[in-house]
Design a protein around this ligand. Sequence first.
Ligand code: PMP
Length: 291
Amino acid sequence: FDDRDGWIWLDGRFVPWREAKVHVLTHGLHYASSVFEGERMYGGEIFKLTEHTERLFKSAEILDFEIPYTVAEIDEACKATAAKNGLSDCYVRPIAWRGSEMIGVSAQQTRIHVAIAVWDWPSYFDPALKAKGIRLTWAKYNRPDPKTAPVAAKAAGLYMICTISKHAAEKDGYTDAMMLDYRGYVAEATGANVFFVKDGVLHTPKPDCFLDGITRRTVIEIAKGQGVEVVERHIEKEELAGFSECFIVGTAAEVTPVAEIGEFTFTPGKLSLGLMDAYAALVRREEVVPA
Ligand code: PMP
């Protein structure tokens, strides 16, 4: 992904894509002192941009470092990076990390770097697969206890268990993996939150040990606006047998119906497909046509 044309915003200036490099002794690489965001621009506008930037700053604060810019400056830099690359529909990836001035667990004097890259990423999952529902297996790892890791941060270190779990799922022919939490409750996919449907009611895990996604909150708002009841609670793995529909949500995944999680099967129905379309319309600022 490093050998291509384009511009990356790095510490306040645009550098050619191939030259946006870091030193091998970067603290963020060795000790995961790195936080990032994932955003999408639709028709020239980044959906919930400031919410994402604020989360980036919050994640950095949780990891005990301070981003040397204001939220407004990073917002502007995200927009400017898309413009510089001539893109109006793209994925936006801001990242902040500790530099290479010191190496070791303690790294108080490291410089905090920020970069923003944008790229064309039409759909996280194959669109044909999407309406049919993707297949998930159970993840190798559980989401950690909030006493074990800074679970509210979108921190690079938390993705180690996601990558391992997703790779294992892909090797077995699945698209993604569903993770349980440290108590054994259903938590989330490796890069998206999850919803279930039962008797016209949406059920979604309470985000007390994983990211309360911006898409998750948006989908809850859309559903409630349509008069759909939404229950946020702990969900046992065995309960999955009683749900008729399932879908995952995230900036990259948007709303993606799920056909299977391990031994449990679902049929994408009116609620999943309706919310998939309503979300697509909202982010593109289009009128929602009621089903
Ligand atoms: N959980 C994880 C682990 C994620 O990586 C993401 C994507 N950022 C989400 C949930 C969904 O978050 P959002 O809707 O804010 O993109």
